[in-house]
Design a protein around this ligand. Sequence first.
Ligand SMILES: Nc1nc2c(ncn2[C@@H]2O[C@H](COP(=O)(O)OP(=O)(O)OP(=O)(O)O)[C@@H](O)[C@H]2O)c(=O)[nH]1
Ligand SMILES: [Mg+2]
Ligand SMILES: [Zn+2]
Length: 312
Amino acid sequence: MSGVSETGTVFRSTGSWYDVKDNSGNTVKCNLKGKIRLEGLRSTNPIAVGDSVVFERTDTGQGTIEKILERKNFIARKSVNLSKESHIVASNLDRAFLIVTIAQPRTSSGFIDRFLVTAEAYGIPTTIVFNKVDLLEGESAKRQNELEKIYSSAGYSIMKVSAKTGEGVDELKASLNMGINLLSGHSGVGKSTLINQIIPGLDLKTGEVSDSHSKGKHTTTFAEMFEVPGGGFIIDTPGIKGFGLITLEKETLNHHFPEIFEKLDGCKFNNCIHIDEPGCAVKDAVEVGQISHERYSNYLEMYETFEEGSYR
Ligand SMILES: Nc1nc2c(ncn2[C@@H]2O[C@H](COP(=O)(O)OP(=O)(O)OP(=O)(O)O)[C@@H](O)[C@H]2O)c(=O)[nH]1
Ligand SMILES: [Mg+2]
Ligand SMILES: [Zn+2]
């Protein structure tokens, strides 16, 4: 039957076609009707996983997407080559889970903070999930404890899991049982392996971490959403290296560090950026160890490298 418009949700996008789930849960392969452009946002992909769309079935049983319904939110990053364009990772997110590993590969706090600022700016609550805890020993165990302290005192929720031994996986699964959840992080941290643990039988492709560089091999190439048994949805994404924000102001970058923003009331100037101003409550808090020195120096580094509404 053609000619009737229906709504559905995008579960997979390869750039040329889209898997859309209709309201009965059936997947319809769709293409795009003409060009859909979003106001004010130049993106390399007009449609992202998580989008609600209006589509029309064609006679072949496939479909044509006619429009995107307004997004509640989205996470975008700068396109690798086209610096003025953004790539929408996923949309309509209820929560993000940033998968972090201390080693194989190493995730820096600078990267964690760029992700958290991005998610804060888009209003998406984030849980930090430390994976591969089975590998921790000596120095790496120490670093793990350090990062846990830093981020729990900054107000973030934290989980520790091992996709290999299964430790913590049930707890992670339980926290996915509502809404749309994004899994993000560097290549090789174990996003797809974790999803395979959470959804038995899915059998997503996973890749070794290279021995020489301890880097992942970008095994997952397209974002894809899956239904979690017992409720909720989860989006597997390709590994990311970095972020560039499009919608941020340099002067309000500090508002996206929750524990820094909390102190702003105590600063002498209400537009304090906590760098050179006298009477700065943030600098005082850093001095006495109430705000993590590492978080504060990541803030300074991001502030300094910030240009044209974005940072590298
Ligand atoms: N020791 C250990 N290895 C793990 C764990 N989780 C995943 N791995 C291994 O890490 C490697 C990378 O896992 P993937 O699931 O492909 O990682 P990914 O985050 O999906 O990577 P991309 O798709 O490239 O972004 C694989 O060899 C996994 O077996 C873990 O908890 N412990
Ligand atoms: Mg993967
Ligand atoms: Zn201040």
